[in-house]
Design a protein around this ligand. Structure first.
Ligand SMILES: [Zn+2]
Length: 307
């Protein structure tokens, strides 16, 4: 039996209520306490590394300043400065450096133990822990939006990424997996782009809630789902945000689960998932599924697939 963890970046507890979307409200739900170190507001890779490891940034090593690992040591200084800027500015700096030097910034990866080290646990992409490239692509997308990408192209890219990430989660439910985690950046990207456009952001929230419903529908007895965010997003139209700067991260992180409890802090998530996964052990597999596959190597060698 499987615990699916959907890391829904910037899913805002206030906007879940404002848009009144039941799909985000599973058996239990509530505010999730989050934190900021490098910036004044929660910073994406820093928080997700904490969620997966249960450790503060001082211990998992993923911070705004250390998030960029430039191959070129000459650029390290610039990287450290840009780590203190907001994400979109950082993305722009990264792009300038890329276009002038061909270097590509990378999101650091922690060496600390994480939920995905558990037996039969799998992860698709997770900032600071496993494959940060989808987040980098999402940041690239934000750069393209800032440079005038049309809405239709933006949403095609955004929901195309969503489709891959959510359908991966559904597929994992068909396999003997203990924990399946995936990070989805769509609500953060849309929150930055549509903080002044209530109808547009409501549309994106609604579409993402449909993806969540499809995962819920795929759960079988004993499977559980945990939705989490690292922070929320200030908007122009949400009344409590009056006086706040729209399109900046809010402190309204959120958690919801199909069980009768939810983690209360980003620091508690790892212990919560470990406890949940141990009560929903992976069931014994048929012996044949553990057998190695007899591959016809000669044919593959002829095709150049094998050395
Ligand atoms: Zn985030």
């Amino acid at each position: 039996m499987t615990v699916v963890v959907l890391a829904l970046d910037a899913l805002d507890a206030g906007l879940v209520e404002h848009f009144d979307l039941d799909a985000f409200r599973l058996a239990s739900s509530g505010d999730l306490e989050t934190f900021a170190r490098t910036q004044d507001v929660p910073y994406t890779p820093e928080v997700w590394a904490t969620v997966a490891t249960g450790l503060p940034p001082e211990e998992h090593g993923i911070t705004g300043g250390g998030t960029s690992e430039w191959d070129n040591p000459v650029l390290e200084g610039l990287s450290r400065i840009s780590g203190r800027l907001d994400e979109s500015t950082r993305g722009t700096l990264g792009k300038v450096v890329r276009s002038q030097t061909g270097e590509r910034e990378q999101i650091g990866r922690t060496d600390a133990a994480s939920i995905f080290d558990a037996e039969d646990a799998v992860v698709h992409n997770w900032p600071g822990v496993a494959d940060g490239r989808p987040l980098q692509r999402a940041w690239d997308l934000m750069n393209a939006v800032a440079e005038g990408m049309p809405r239709s192209t933006f949403e095609r890219e955004l929901f195309g990424q969503c489709a891959q990430q959510f359908s991966w989660a559904r597929e994992m439910l068909r396999h003997p997996v203990s924990i399946a985690g995936v990070h989805v950046h769509a609500l953060d990207a849309a929150g930055h782009a549509y903080a002044d456009d209530e109808d547009a952001l409501r549309r994106v929230y609604t579409r993402v809630s449909e993806f969540v419903e499809e995962v819920v529908d795929a759960l079988e007895d004993g499977d559980d789902l945990l939705l989490l965010s690292d922070h929320g997003m200030h908007t122009e139209f949400y009344p409590p945000d009056d006086g706040e700067n729209p399109a900046t991260h809010s402190w309204r992180a959120y958690a919801s689960s199909t069980t009768d409890t939810c983690p209360e802090s980003v620091f508690d998530v790892k212990a919560w998932i470990d406890a949940q996964a141990s009560t929903t052990r992976v069931e014994g597999r048929a012996d044949e599924s553990e057998e190695a596959i007899d591959v016809p190597e000669d044919h593959l060698r002829e095709l150049g697939y094998l050395d």
